[in-house]
Design a protein around this ligand. Structure first.
Ligand SMILES: [Fe+2]
Length: 512
């Protein structure tokens, strides 16, 4: 590890961190990960609305939707005894710049992973350092390369950190994230619809004209730092199916990764974070080059406060803090009848679709087993049933399996576990059509008993009943952020065709 400059500070510093992003605004105190969307109930905090920003209502001016003076008084107060660690994005900076936050913080550009700016108990790192340190410290790797890649942070969109933390800035070559976002928006898939566009890639094929169009776009980025899509040029691909555009974009994404990232390899482990780390095909491709690939459970901007906290804690307290996977609040619930994980697994085997709510919510957008919709992966019709009657979303969107870690290699062609649903690989069996995408792939989550005992027992019971060691697992929500409270879960139950909801071991059921 890099030596830290903490000679001025002997005592333990209490740290509170905040990521002032334009979306996925979140904070962390070392235990509780507050993703504002879980409480505002506005997905990614879009539209960027007054009540989607703060963690206290009076932290905003209601009339203009900007942070209030109270917010700054409390959090950017030079007399504070604890440390406020923060980072921001281009969008977040617009808000900061109207207030008293020292501007020179925002000019800070790191040379290595370990650099930072610390004055008067305000601790600042760059957006991409936050992605990087969260990925690295949560991996448990002794040494690691790190790729931090997204649509846009503050100064960068792609930084590579070698095993010593040395930075290579590839922002003028690897503006891939913004391209996915822009094309998704162009096709009406929403402002942050890159994941949906990736789902469409499975239905498409390679087209030369699209490759030429994308080459032109990357050339514009490199020469002129021009990141928006030129509508004039987009017309050149207007007659090509969006599925083929998506497929070719995926192809080009992996091609550029191979051209610009692979040569920088400095060891046999890699951590990946930033919005582009949601690209499961890209992540799987890294398993061909690296023995160990780690993508943390909150790889996008929703993990920014975690990384910022971890960086400050390492620098100031010489502590490597690893956040728990389950960083939300605990809720009491005493309605309904007790039900065991075994009974839940057996109900899934009988075809029931279940809303599964257990303990604290997960950090991040991946369904990790505490806020999940669970169903039978053997059913060919299950995808349409869930898309049309529960999730109310586009019918091309695939579903993923949560598979017992002891069995994943029997069904999926990959060489390492995937605990956070971050990689997409070929399916080797025809017994699980409900979780096999149209291109013959699946985005798996491997589960062991230590990770999440109750969730593992549900899958194990399904395995004992059916011989199939996995269940279909998708996030527990319907057109909203993932449910946070029991009330959110019950509302979703009422509004959808879920057969049963299980909250902390108690069953509420419509049909049983
Ligand atoms: Fe980011």
């Amino acid at each position: 590890m890099q030596p830290v400059k903490n000679y001025w500070q002997k005592k333990y510093m209490k740290i509170y961190s905040v990521a002032l992003n334009i979306h996925d605004h979140n904070s962390y105190d070392g235990v509780f990960h507050n993703q504002v969307e879980r409480y505002s109930r506005k997905k990614h905090n879009i539209p960027w609305h007054v009540d989607a920003y703060p963690w206290q209502p009076d932290h905003l001016n209601i009339d203009d939707g900007k942070y209030s003076q109270k917010f700054y008084d409390e959090h950017f107060n030079f007399d504070r005894s604890d440390v406020l660690a923060f980072t921001t994005t281009v969008g977040g900076m617009k808000h900061l710049s109207r207030h008293e936050v020292p501007r020179d913080f925002l000019k800070f550009k790191p040379k290595t992973l370990w650099d930072y700016k610390f004055e008067n108990n305000l601790y600042y790192i760059d957006h991409h350092q936050s992605h990087a340190i969260y990925a690295k410290f949560s991996s448990g790797f002794e040494e690691s390369d790190i790729l931090a890649i997204d649509g846009r942070g503050l100064h960068y969109n792609c930084l590579f950190f070698d095993k010593n933390g040395k930075i290579t800035n590839l922002s003028d070559r690897m503006g891939i994230g913004i391209l996915w976002d822009n094309l998704a928006k162009h096709y009406g898939l929403g402002k942050l619809g890159a994941g949906k566009l990736m789902g469409l890639a499975g239905y498409g094929g390679y087209v030369d004209e699209v490759h030429a169009f994308l080459d032109y776009y990357f050339d514009q980025q490199f020469r002129y730092a021009e990141y928006s899509l030129d509508l004039q040029t987009i017309r050149s691909i207007k007659n090509i199916r969006k599925e083929d555009v998506a497929y070719t974009l995926q192809h080009v994404t992996e091609e550029r990764i191979a051209e610009y990232i692979h040569p920088l390899k400095s060891c046999d482990n890699i951590c990946i974070a930033g919005g582009v780390a949601y690209n499961g095909y890209m992540n799987e491709a890294f398993t061909k080059l690296y023995s160990n690939v780690h993508v943390p459970p909150a790889p996008g901007d929703e993990g920014q406060s975690l990384g910022t906290y971890m960086h400050a804690d390492f620098t100031l307290n010489k502590n490597v803090h690893v956040p728990g996977t389950y960083g939300g609040k605990e809720y009491d619930f005493d309605l309904g009848d007790p039900i065991t994980p075994q009974e839940v697994g057996e109900a899934i085997a009988k075809g029931k679709i279940i809303g599964w709510f257990n303990g604290r919510s997960e950090s991040g957008n991946r369904a990790l087993g505490n806020r999940s919709i669970l169903a039978d992966p053997r059913s060919p019709a299950i995808k349409d049933v869930i898309n049309h009657t529960i999730k109310m979303r586009e019918d091309f969107r695939p579903f993923a399996p949560a598979v017992m870690e002891d069995h994943y290699k029997e069904y999926f062609d990959t060489n390492q576990p995937s605990p956070y649903m971050s990689r997409i690989m070929p399916v080797k069996s025809d017994k699980i059509p409900g979780v096999t995408h149209v291109d013959g792939t699946a985005r798996i989550q491997t589960v062991n008993r230590k990770q999440n005992e109750k969730f593992y027992e549900v899958i194990e019971a399904f395995y004992k009943t059916t011989g199939i060691p996995m269940v279909l697992n998708t996030s527990f929500n319907c057109k909203e952020p993932i449910v946070e409270t029991p009330e959110d879960a019950l509302r979703t139950f009422d509004n959808t065709k879920l057969n049963m909801v299980v909250i902390n071991g108690r069953c509420v059921s419509k049909v049983w």
